[in-house]
Each structure stands twice: as structure tokens, then as C-alpha cells.
Design a binder for this molecule. Sequence first.
Ligand SMILES: [Zn+2]
Length: 140
Amino acid sequence: MTKEKGCLLCLPSKYPLIWSNSDFRVVLINDHSYPGYCRVDSVIHVKEMTDLSDSKRHEFMRIVFIIESVLRSHLIPEKINLASLGNITPHLHWHIIPRYKLDNHFPESIWANPKRAEKKELSESESLILIALIQKKLSN
Ligand SMILES: [Zn+2]
């Protein structure tokens, strides 16, 4: 099965597409609380990491770690949060979330009750720079 009826992640992303191939896509969530927040989605509707072959699983994590590396060096966050939950949308995806001491939930997870109400999303030009950096790294 490659698509699941009613699954939001089986649809084209509403977020800007940074990069994709036949198996994975990278989108820029760029949430207003977490500038640079990216997500890597499986293109195919699978639920768990162990639904992928070893090589696809390895490729998935390679993409996640490349994005983590770019976010760390370019945005200098306090911490990177990697999360693969999928309880609400059981379609395999990883969140790569740069965290800052004054972001709305720090030091709690971004799904906790907010402690602040900051709005600091990347500007359009900052987004384009980040997208270009990630595309360059993923094309190597
Ligand atoms: Zn799906």
C-alpha cells in the first residue's frame, strides 16, 4: 500500500518542499515558535521504521541527520529535538525541531502547554537560504 485514504501525509504537503525523491520528502514547517523546524516524510504510507528495508531506513536517518547538522551549524539552536511519534497521523515521519531557551515550550517538548507566546518564524529570505543549504547537503 502506498497511499491511505484520509491520511494527511499521503497528500501533497501544505508546507514548502525543500527536497524529495521517490521515497522521502523534506518540508519546511518553519513554525512561528521554532524557526527552521523541518519534517522528513516517507512518501509511501508506512507506519513504523521497521516497515522499511534496512537500506531505506538508513537513507531516512541519513536525511534526518543531514538536516540536523545544517540546522545546528546555521541556526545555532540550544538543542535539536528529533521526534517520530505518529500517534495522530500514523504515517512515518520525523520532526527535526531546533529549540531555543526562549521558545514557547522550552525546556518542555513542543507538544506541552506553552510557557511563552513568541513569534519568530524565518523570514522568506532566511527560509530560502536554509532551503538552499539543505538542498546542497542532500544533493551530495
Ligand atoms: Zn499516509
